[in-house]
Design a protein around this ligand. Structure first.
Ligand SMILES: Nc1nc2c(ncn2[C@@H]2O[C@H](COP(=O)(O)OP(=O)(O)OP(=O)(O)O)[C@@H](O)[C@H]2O)c(=O)[nH]1
Ligand SMILES: [Mg+2]
Length: 295
């Protein structure tokens, strides 16, 4: 069978996580309209009767402003060394900017096939797409330029077909009932973080970390304690909301998604804690298996 690793890289908000979800057909990675949603590399494993393709969703590459963003960029760079093919995703509604150039220079050095993925074509006119492809052909000798809409599932089959042409024969890496490398503890905490991103405004999301402290499976139901860590008292106030209204909303929406994932009744308790110091937060992440000690 055809096997290989495919890294999806690009600027924040390009639609990388949306693509991995539409390829896998399940929610592997959380999605939001805010930049910097993805923080860790996440594998989504695509299986069919002639191939196994391991897609790696990565954090959007950006100018680092703090330790978290340096960590996130590093995650994306790691994915490049594992990859057999690099999907460089851009939002086709935006100009190819400095940030994109930076990424292109970086991935060129890998000497691997690079596909330029023009995403969000559902928002542009067909004739401008034609011109756009011509322009990008002049910019660099991409192995492929493929327009898609990750959101509308447009041209995804063609993308998979093309990827297969570049992969080698080999044995599967994972058993074929696997669809991600992430633990259930990680996935449920991410679903909570997704609700935080979607329900709050710009200032909150970047400073939020979610950790599963307890995951107890009682057979017919699952009991979860998830800790939401923020960096300031003010943010805790926003997250809790007036009379606890915001945290309640986050809990209700997250529980619905978690139940869809685990297919059992879920009892979810959320706790908000203020931790100002990155080192202290890191200790939590390591303790609950959310970050390796040597990263
Ligand atoms: N119209 C349209 N919107 C899309 C498409 N793909 C993604 N989006 C939207 O773009 C936003 C960002 O999507 P994500 O998948 O979270 O983007 P990302 O590249 O993973 O972002 P980071 O994790 O922050 O790097 C969301 O609001 C998506 O719904 C698309 O094909 N068409
Ligand atoms: Mg993402």
């Amino acid at each position: 069978m055809k096997v290989g690793f495919v890294a999806i890289v690009g600027r924040p908000n390009a639609g990388k996580s949306t693509l991995i979800n539409s390829i896998i057909g399940d929610k592997v990675a959380i999605v939001s309209d805010k930049a910097h949603t993805t923080r860790n590399n996440i594998q989504g494993i695509y299986n069919d009767n002639e191939s196994q393709i391991v897609f790696i969703d990565t954090p959007g590459i950006h100018k680092p402003i703090n330790k978290l963003s340096t960590y996130m960029n590093k995650q994306s760079y790691y994915s490049l060394s594992d990859a057999d093919i690099i999907l460089f995703m851009i939002d086709s509604n935006e100009k190819f900017g400095k940030g994109d150039n930076f990424i292109l220079e970086k991935i060129k050095k890998e000497n691997k096939p690079i596909f330029l993925i023009l995403n969000k074509v559902d928002k542009i006119k067909k004739d401008s797409l034609f011109k756009m492809i011509e322009e990008y052909n002049k910019l660099y000798n991409f192995n492929e330029i493929i327009p898609i809409s990750a959101l509308k599932n447009d041209n995804i089959n063609d993308l998979i077909k093309t990827i297969k042409r570049y992969l080698s024969e080999g044995d599967a890496f994972y058993s074929n009932d696997y669809y991600t490398d992430k633990s259930i503890n990680f996935m449920v905490s991410e679903l909570v973080r997704e609700k935080v991103l979607n329900l709050t405004n710009e200032e909150v999301p970047h400073a939020v970390t979610c950790i599963t402290e307890k995951y107890e499976d009682n057979g017919s139901s699952i009991h979860l304690n998830i800790l939401i860590i923020v960096e300031r008292e003010g943010l805790k106030k926003i997250l809790v909301g007036h009379n606890g209204s915001m945290i309640k909303k986050i809990g209700i929406e997250a529980r619905e998604d978690i139940e869809k994932l685990v297919l059992k009744k879920v009892y979810l308790e959320l706790f908000v804690k203020v931790i100002k110091n990155w080192k202290e937060k890191e200790k939590y992440l390591i303790e609950f298996g959310f970050k390796d000690n040597d990263e």
